[in-house]
Design a protein around this ligand. Sequence first.
Ligand code: NAD
Length: 261
Amino acid sequence: MADRLKGKTAIITGAGQTPGETIGNGRAMAMLFAREGAEVLCADRLLDRAEETVAMIAAFAHQADVSRDADCVGLIEAGKTRWGRIDILVNNVGIGGGDGPAHRVEEAVWDRIMMVNLKGAWMTTKHALAVMRAQDSGSIVNISSLAAIAGGNQVAYEVSKAAVNRLTTSTASANARHGVRCNAIMPGYMDTPMAVSGIAQATGQSTQDVRETRDARVPLRGKMGTGWDTAYAALFLASDEAAFITGVVMAVDGGMSTRMG
Ligand code: NAD
């Protein structure tokens, strides 16, 4: 199938990626959306990362740190100025780092993770909604995490993603009348650079060991997903194929949420 997003305009945040050997969720979405006919604006806090993605497709790079409201305003304005409309917003930015269980996590770490993962997604959503409500259509896709419902002692990350799920359903409910849909994806274990290289660096393990441990925990064929699995789910939710779907929080996890242990 081709042209599933023909004529659509899309803003994707965190569309660069942490350097590494595999593809990140944001970059995979940008590539797939462009391949399916969308005009894509690739936003990242680090412009060179967004530019790397743009070099692979016909798209536009834009520097924006989603933890800064002025940057979120500028990002939506950039899309509106360029296209006159914004059909799709993907809130893909998500960070961890320095996190831990509730009795250990430090306030500054909690604040940073909440600011980027939750407040950032809300601010871009808020500004995009002004455009989408005026045009009586739009699709917002939030990249949450399976950690929203079952995690590993990373309390700030888990709570931020649980809140992203509720941001999704609340936004869906409040904007359905205006033809604006809002859905979320909860990726499980994905073989992206942030996850695999990030954990390897933080724990001192080799990337091969991290990969094997994560693979072994995935029910479906004992293999992690990839950025492409997240991207195909996002493509569906962003497209008109999902025209009657809003307020859904969808696990893309190889069956991980179906079992204990
Ligand atoms: P990634 O690190 O490869 O890409 C994220 C991009 O976001 C990076 O280029 C980074 O520079 C950018 N970024 C970071 N902070 C930013 C900010 N404040 N403003 C703008 N850009 C910023 O990450 P990824 O592995 O592709 O993950 C993307 C999303 O998927 C995240 O929301 C993450 O929580 C979620 N997720 C990933 C996994 C996994 O296993 N990789 C699992 C569940 C959920």
